[in-house]
Design a protein around this ligand. Structure first.
Ligand code: PMP
Length: 407
């Protein structure tokens, strides 16, 4: 994109201008957590320094300001995702959001022998909460297979649906393969079969426009720290009619209507699901991160990142002894690979000395690793600030790894 100035973007990230082991940092670990632009850092500083107080309960100026900023962030996020602000529940992260759905919706609605469809490409955060609720309710988990070199075919889900299916939970984008799932098609299949759709959007909303109305999903979750925002804040989008029918997950202040010793009644969504003091400054800073993204344009970021990923995939694939894992034509965000000569932990440790940050291991996706008989992979992942040169440096470092191992 000729008007996408990646160097100008990079300058806004203090961390990206530091050195590691006396070398300029090459940050290729954005799928684990995105670095933060100055605008977000300033928002955190400002909102703790001058506008800080607890929200909702206060009758003084600072509390009113904090409440307006906190609710303002909800509005920004709802505009970003094209939904009603009442459909945005703040959580501590995607993991907390998925647990909320599993416990609240699942405990109320799942019956013995009911089926929950997931995929083998799931992050553990979209497996374990379903296992916990399935065990409690006597339900079963069914896992759809994935081909790492192909786009995911929604027919695989269609073929798994039975009269017992209650939930389809799947990733927007796989955090290991980078495969983009056909969210709209899967949600449509779910809808036609009276099944609830849950999208783990952690690796999706960071790379492309998400319009929950257009996608037709019932629930969509993500973590703020992967979207240039702070840790400790996550988002659960839920269709209002579903949220309205769901019992609370956590009890305490702010989620109630009336409390009596015998029995309490609860607030309407989203407050019903936000017990206790929420992550106020984190939510506001996530709103600021969304302003930052919107100012550049998520579509431009998306095109830039896809270009970098296809460059990186082709480059790493051209090095003998490097095996790229995951070559779906619709891949985004990550390049996972193994090397014939070295374990992923050795690769990551060696290239760290060159200033290159990548992730190595099972990426919280053990069933995917098991299915493909892999112990681990090394994963390079990108954000709005990543460049082809980052992959050039990675490729050079991998050649050094080969030398060290005599390959
Ligand atoms: N799902 C996916 C696809 C992820 O990549 C991650 C983070 N690695 C999670 C869920 C969990 O996110 P968090 O740890 O921020 O709750």
């Amino acid at each position: 994109m000729n008007n996408y100035d990646v160097n100008k973007i990079k300058e806004q990230f203090p961390a990206l201008n530091r050195q590691v082991w006396d070398k300029p940092l090459v940050y290729l670990d954005s799928a684990a957590s995105m670095q933060k632009p100055q605008q977000v850092l300033e928002s955190i500083n400002k909102n703790y320094s001058f506008n800080y107080s607890n929200v909702h309960r206060g009758l003084h100026k600072l509390s009113e300001e904090a409440t307006a900023n906190y609710e303002g962030a909800r509005l920004k996020i709802s505009n970003f995702m094209n939904c009603n602000p009442q459909e945005i529940v703040f959580t501590s992260g995607a993991t907390a959001a998925i647990n909320l759905i599993a416990y609240s919706w699942g405990t109320k609605n799942l019956m013995p022998d009911d089926e929950i469809i997931i995929t083998i490409a799931e992050h553990h955060a979209n497996i374990v909460p379903w296992q916990l609720v399935a065990e409690q309710r006597g339900a079963k988990i069914i896992a759809a297979k994935v081909d790492p070199d192909q786009d995911f075919d929604s027919k695989i889900i269609k073929d798994l649906i039975t009269s017992k299916t209650k939930i389809i939970a799947f990733p927007h984008v796989s955090n290991v393969l980078g495969t983009t799932f056909p969210v709209k098609e899967i949600c449509d299949i779910a809808k036609k079969n009276g099944v609830i759709s849950v999208v783990d959007g952690c690796q999706g909303i960071i790379h492309e426009k998400v319009d929950v109305q257009d996608l037709g999903c019932d629930f969509y979750c993500f973590s703020g720290h992967k979207l240039y925002g702070p840790t400790g804040i996550g988002v659960l989008f839920g269709k209002y009619n579903l949220l309205e029918e769901m019992p609370p997950f956590l009890g305490g202040g702010d989620m109630i209507d009336v409390v009596k010793i015998e029995k309490s009644t609860y607030a309407d969504p989203p407050n019903r699901f936000e017990a206790g003091t929420p992550p106020i400054v984190q939510a506001i800073a996530l709103g600021e991160a969304i302003d930052w993204i919107t100012n550049i344009g998520i579509d431009k970021i998306s095109v830039h990142e896809k270009n970098v990923i296809s460059y990186g995939t082709a480059l790493l694939d051209s090095i003998s002894g490097v095996n790229v894992f995951g070559k779906s034509p619709n891949k985004t965000g990550v390049v996972s690979f193994t090397m014939d000569c070295a374990h992923s932990h050795d690769i990551a440790t060696i290239i760290d000395r060159e200033g290159i940050a990548v992730r190595a291991g099972h990426h919280c996706a053990q069933p995917l690793m098991d299915y493909f008989n892999l112990v681990s992979t090394t994963r390079a992942s990108v954000g709005a600030y990543s460049t082809n040169e980052d992959f050039d440096k990675l490729a050079e470092a991998l050649v050094k790894v080969k030398k060290i191992f005599g390959a």
